[in-house]
Write a protein that binds this ligand. Structure first.
Ligand code: PGA
Length: 256
């Protein structure tokens, strides 16, 4: 447990393709009012691109940080419909979700492409929230650790030792996302431990002990406490329960 003390919990809300600008600003203002001054956990909210500017204003001066849900790994150019890390920095974005399973599945993103995004984020001083997770099929045949390790190794290719601390990992079993089924704390802890061990082997135990590894997948105010109590679970990436201030704030309170 001791090592956990050196890692500040991080709770991130992934709003996905929800909320128009006004709704996003309203939600951000409510979050600021309730937990915008506390300093015991990092709180990151990730609205859709269209609401980033409005939300940036709403959280200004608070301790709430702004995340994007995606980025394109180039600074500028002929990439119709895409958004660069520099454009995000311009909007005071500090974090970016990379490799979410919806992007892997619906938009066919590969580990190699996700690696480019990780490198582009780091080069621009954006902290990537790198999502990893196995599908139900892979889970059922006992391949979770193998799949997650492969995703991790490929996503971290060429990431240097002095950069690794700026990465946040999110373990999100695909079968738990938006399904109401969460991994048990024991199952999640086993995968988190394995992720940390892989980072220790790649970099060093000291570096690995500083990395935050979040759990994601149907986390809610009822199941949050047991998951967040596990030694290698350092926070959460929350979808559905982050769309309302009340449930999101309750989860944050469980992390403190
Ligand atoms: P969920 O989503 O909390 O709705 O399961 C988590 C995520 O996709 O990041």
């Amino acid at each position: 447990m001791k090592t956990k003390v050196i890692r500040k919990p991080l709770i991130a809300g992934n709003w996905k393709m929800n909320k128009n600008v006004q709704e996003a600003v309203n939600l951000a203002e409510e979050i600021v009012e309730k937990v915008g001054r506390q300093t015991d956990a990092n709180v990151v909210i990730c609205p859709p691109f269209t609401a980033l500017a409005g939300v940036a204003k709403a959280i200004e001066g608070s301790n709430i940080q702004l995340g994007a849900q995606n980025l394109y790994p180039a600074s500028s150019g002929a990439f119709t419909g895409e958004v660069s890390p520099e454009m995000l920095r311009d909007l005071f974005v500090t974090h970016a979700i990379v490799g979410h399973s919806e992007r892997r599945t619906l938009f066919h993103e590969t580990n190699a492409f996700i690696n480019k995004k990780v490198l582009a984020a780091l080069a621009t001083n954006l902290k990537p929230i790198l999502c990893l997770g196995e599908t139900l099929e892979q889970h059922e045949v006992g391949d979770a650790l193998k799949v997650v390790q492969q995703q991790l190794l490929e996503a971290l290719k060429d990431v240097q030792s002095n950069q690794i601390e700026n990465i946040i990992i999110a373990y999100e079993p695909v079968w738990a996302i938006g399904t109401g089924k969460t991994a048990t704390p024991t199952i999640a802890q086993e995968v988190h431990f394995h992720i940390r061990k892989t980072i220790a082997d790649l970099y060093s135990p000291a570096k690995a002990s500083k990395i935050r590894i979040l759990y994601g997948g149907s986390m809610n105010p009822t199941n949050a406490q047991a998951l967040l109590a596990m030694p290698d679970i350092d926070g959460a990436l929350i979808g559905g329960a982050a769309l309302e201030a009340k449930s999101f704030v309750k989860i944050i309170e469980n992390a403190l």
